[in-house]
Design a protein around this ligand. Sequence first.
Ligand SMILES: Cc1ncc(COP(=O)(O)O)c(C=O)c1O
Length: 391
Amino acid sequence: MATTSIATRVERLRQVSRRADVASRPDLIELSKGEPDLRTPAPVVAAMHEALDAGWTHYSSGPGELELRQVLVEDANRRFGTSYRASECIITHGGAAAITSTALALIDPGDTVVTADPSYSLYRDAVALAGGELLEVEIRPGDEAEGLRRLARRAIAEDAGLIMLCNPVNPSGATYSRAALEGLAAELAESDIRVLLDEAYEAYVYEEGAFATALSIPRLRERLIFCQTFSKTYAMTGWRIGYILTTDVVALGAILDVHKTFNNTINTAVQRAAIAAVRTRDATIPAMLRDYSRRREHVMERIAAFPGVRFVAPLGAFYVFFEYAYDIPSVELRNRLVEDYGVALRPGAEFGDAGEHHLRLSYTYSLETLDAGLDRLEWAFIELAATVPAS
Ligand SMILES: Cc1ncc(COP(=O)(O)O)c(C=O)c1O
């Protein structure tokens, strides 16, 4: 007998998810994706070919190739003075699986999880899949240090078991400094709340000192579940590889159980290529950072000239998250921009209530594409200024 029933958890996921697919049209200029247009560095591609030729085509071990885990912990230990061991690292199917495995491993139905508003929209979905309740605490640009303290106090008051944060922040490009993270650690000192820190954009920070990795904050370490991905750092979105570092053996064991159930193991040849990515990072990342930096300056300059628009300069990642002063919800405006002007951005509401009346533009596109999209956007805002009341 055919049945239309599906799992309640999926129904719930659909209800809470704000991750809408973009409506398309043939001549659409896409400025919505968090997807680097730059090529994966040549040494990584070469290492992949070599790995396949050498027969790295079989199962890996559950937590991942030992050599890759060693390279990753040595890299972290060298750069941030930590003392992680390879046994405290799990290779995951991208950052998404690192985050979702952690959620499924640590959250029970009804548990409260706290995140910043706005934040990467996957947290909402991962928590929903696990049956938890996501509590979003607004953190305004420029208020990151006090915002994190407030968020920690709220997590304690609500008896939350887990805090999920990204730094730099998707969508705003805001960053948490060392002082802000120290403040978070201080507030949590007497609690047993775990902190998932997702540093997908760690390599792309445009102002010295604005960002600190959670790995460099000793007081956070015992509660830290550090999630990282090769996707953004090395322009490797399609390779699907990321990792978790944590000294929390209880969490680690639980995450590994979820990971093994979902993935068994991760692509072996990709893990060989990932070793090359880490080993050559000093030769490849600076050029990508310069490239994004040029685009960032250009895009900020152009958006600043749009009527009724304002934003705080993003210090990291590759997005400009701008607020508009017109009385139209961001999902509706996104649709109108696609249908009437042929340019796609992401609606701010996807990232939390505080993201309403914002749009996220991604500058992971060539300057020509950016300019063509920005021309359309500028025209749209000139028309909005003339036709839509201010909010
Ligand atoms: C903050 C953040 N974390 C994690 C991810 C997921 O990365 P991956 O492609 O490795 O799953 C993204 C992707 O947009 C992101 O913005």
